[in-house]
Design a protein around this ligand. Structure first.
Ligand code: ADP
Ligand code: MG
Length: 242
C-alpha cells in the first residue's frame, strides 16, 4: 500500500543512562501504511528507541506523538491504548496463561479494548492468521521457538495498533522459518499496516521496507530507501566498524 501522511512523530529524542547517551537527539516520522526499517550495529540504540515509543522507557528529552496523542508523557500502559503494540527482542509471553489467553490479553489491554466473547473470537482469528490455530489451548511452555514468535506477533496484533513495533522478530529463525516469517510480515505490509522493523536480516530489510533509518552510537546517520542507505559509505563503515 502507498504510504499516507505521517502519524508518528519522534522529535529530538534523547535517552541517557547515567553518563551514557544511548539515543542522541534523534528525529524521524513514520507515515501511515509505511514499513520503516530501523537499523544499525549492536548497541546503537534501536531497542531503546522502540522502548521509548512503546512507553517502557521515558525519554530524557524530546517528544513522541502518535495521531495527536503525546506518548512522551503517557503512562506505560497508555501507549498501548493510544495505539502502539510491540514484540520484544527476547520473547515475552505470560507463561501461566494458554496461547489463546495470551492473545486475549493483547486485545483487552489494546487500542480498541475488546472484551469477552468478542475478544476471544478476535484472538482465535489472529492465531489462525499466524499459523497457530492448532495450538490454541496449548500451554505456552510447550511452544517451539518459532511458535513463541508467532504468538508474540498475534498478541501484538490483538492490540489493533496504529503502529506495530517489531524488534528483531526474525532473529534466531532457521532459513525455512525465516521464509515463513518474512512472508508473514509481507502480508501485514500488504494490508497496509504501519510498522517499525528493527532487523539485522538484510534480505528482509530490502524486501519489506519502504524506507530505512540508520542509527549508530545513538545518532541518526542515514535515512532513505533500503538500497540507498545500504550502499551509503557511512552506513557500510558503521557496520564494518562493529
Ligand atoms: P540496540 O538495540 O541497537 O542493540 P540498545 O538500545 O539495546 O541497542 O542499547 C543502546 C545502548 O544503551 C547500549 O550501549 C546499551 O548497553 C545501553 N542500554 C540499553 N538499555 C540500558 C539500560 N536499561 N540501562 C543502561 N544502559 C542501557
Ligand atoms: Mg536491540
Amino acid at each position: 500500500m502507498t504510504p499516507g501522511d505521517p502519524i508518528l512523530f519522534v522529535n529530538n529524542v534523547t535517552k541517557r543512562f547515567g553518563g551514557l547517551v544511548a539515543v542522541n537527539n534523534v528525529s524521524f516520522e513514520v507515515r501511515e501504511h509505511e514499513v520503516m526499517g530501523l537499523i544499525g550495529p549492536n548497541g546503537s540504540g534501536k531497542s531503546t528507541t522502540m522502548n521509548m515509543i512503546s512507553g517502557a522507557l521515558k525519554a530524557t528529552s524530546g517528544s513522541i506523538t502518535l495521531k495527536g496523542h503525546d506518548l512522551t508523557r503517557a503512562k506505560t500502559f497508555e501507549n498501548a491504548r493510544f495505539g502502539v503494540s510491540r514484540t520484544f527482542q527476547l520473547v515475552r509471553i505470560l507463561p501461566e496463561l494458554s496461547v489463546l489467553e495470551n492473545v486475549i490479553a493483547g486485545a483487552v489491554f489494546g487500542h480498541k479494548r475488546r472484551w469477552g466473547a468478542e475478544a476471544e473470537a478476535f484472538a482465535a482469528g489472529l492465531l489462525e492468521r499466524v499459523g497457530l490455530a492448532e495450538r490454541i489451548t496449548a500451554p505456552v511452555g510447550s511452544l517451539t521457538y518459532i511458535d513463541q514468535k508467532r504468538l508474540e506477533l498475534a498478541r501484538a496484533l490483538a492490540g489493533e495498533p496504529s503502529v506495530l513495533l517489531l524488534d528483531e522478530w526474525l532473529a534466531g529463525l532457521n532459513p525455512s522459518e525465516l521464509k515463513v516469517g518474512i512472508d508473514l510480515v509481507a502480508s501485514l505490509r500488504q494490508e497496509g499496516r504501519t510498522i517499525i522493523l528493527v532487523e539485522h536480516v538484510m534480505d528482509a530489510i530490502r524486501s519489506l521496507c519502504d524506507r530505512c533509518l540508520v542509527i549508530n552510537s545513538g545518532t541518526k546517520i542515514a535515512e532513505g530507501t533500503p538500497d540507498a542507505v545500504l550502499s551509503d559509505p557511512d552506513v557500510i563503515r558503521a557496520y564494518l566498524g562493529e
